[in-house]
Design a protein around this ligand. Structure first.
Ligand code: NAD
Length: 289
């Protein structure tokens, strides 16, 4: 790595807190090395208090761009010059591209999700999807799914702090796309069962299933997962959540969140470098089947 860095090497950063556990630096640097691209990607421990200065630094250093993760994805929008249509709808940014001094915010989580379906030969375009969760990841998924042509999305969430914001976002998606999105209370299990049964794909986009809620799922039993429904859990640690164990028991096709991580990264990589990430090579490195 040190051998390939010169005075010409271009810098990309990850602005997050915590940052040191992230797989993004490894993923992007491996891809740069594989393709012989003269970029380096580093993680920077940045929180809401230091974000504005970090963005000023990014401009001053003429960095190519950055990824933005928790807790900065929403706040960062106000320091940028422009937002992509999906980013505007989500009210969040996970990728900054420095276009000759103009900082443009994008969100690639939803693109990564949709591409992870495609890569697994799952075609949800023109069909119905049910999503558990209405937080940041769920919003990015519903926005991109709606923009890509998914026909109908049923969203289930508990009545927590995400509820009102979800209602607002869903109204915007319904106004600005041809997709029909409806929000339901996750406590209504009969409705949840019926909506999953009439969907092509069911997605968990909540934190239920990972630490500190590892081993848990809000799906009561395998009867909620008809065999012909494809189950996606966007959690990637653990690789097989309690939901995916139920999906296996029910005989459903299922995938976890690792491919979404890869493809959201690939979409950011393309925005910065104009090149396609070497997907097969990265799948080997990330152990994605
Ligand atoms: P967030 O904090 O924005 O949203 C959390 C969501 O979980 C909300 O909908 C909330 O209502 C729900 N929730 C929390 N506790 C719950 C409970 N006990 N019962 C029911 N619902 C509950 O978080 P986020 O960024 O949207 O992330 C959500 C999950 O998605 C996390 O597990 C995260 O690891 C995963 N994720 C995966 C990828 C990927 O690329 N695979 C990307 C982003 C997030």
């Amino acid at each position: 790595m040190a051998e390939r860095i010169t005075g010409h090497t271009k810098l990309i950063g990850l602005l997050a807190h915590p940052v040191h556990h992230s797989t993004s630096p490894m993923m992007h640097n491996e891809a740069f090395a594989k393709l012989g691209l003269d970029y380096a990607y580093l993680g920077f421990d940045v929180d809401n208090n230091t974000l504005e200065d970090a963005i000023k630094g990014l401009r001053a250093l003429k960095m190519v761009g950055a990824n933005v993760s928790m807790p900065n994805k929403i706040l960062v929008a106000k320091y940028l010059d422009e937002l992509s249509p999906a980013s505007k709808l989500c009210g969040a940014v996970n990728t900054i591209v420095n276009e000759n001094g103009k900082l443009v915010g994008h969100i690639t989580d939803g693109i990564g999700f949709m591409q992870s379906l495609k890569d697994n030969d799952i075609d949800v375009i023109g069909k119905k999807m049910t999503i558990g969760g209405a937080g940041g990841a769920a919003t990015a998924i519903m926005v991109q799914a709606a923009l890509d042509g998914v026909k109908e999305i049923s969203v289930f969430n508990v009545r927590d702090k995400f509820w009102d914001n979800a209602l607002e976002k869903i109204e915007m998606i319904n106004q600005q796309t041809d997709c029909k999105v409806t929000l339901y209370d996750l406590a209504d299990l009969d409705k949840l069962k019926a909506e999953i049964a009439s969907s092509h794909v069911f997605v968990n986009a909540t934190g239920v299933g990972m630490k500190p809620l590892e081993g848990q799922t809000y799906i009561p039993d395998a009867s909620y997962l008809p065999k012909d429904v494809i189950v996606v859990d966007i959690i990637y640690v653990p690789e097989q959540t309690a939901l995916l164990k139920l999906a296996q028991e029910a005989g459903c096709k299922y995938i976890n969140g690792k491919a979404m991580v890869l493809f959201q990264g690939a979409a950011s990589f393309k925005l910065w470098t104009g090149q396609d990430m070497p997907i097969d090579y990265m799948k080997e490195i990330l152990n994605i089947k």
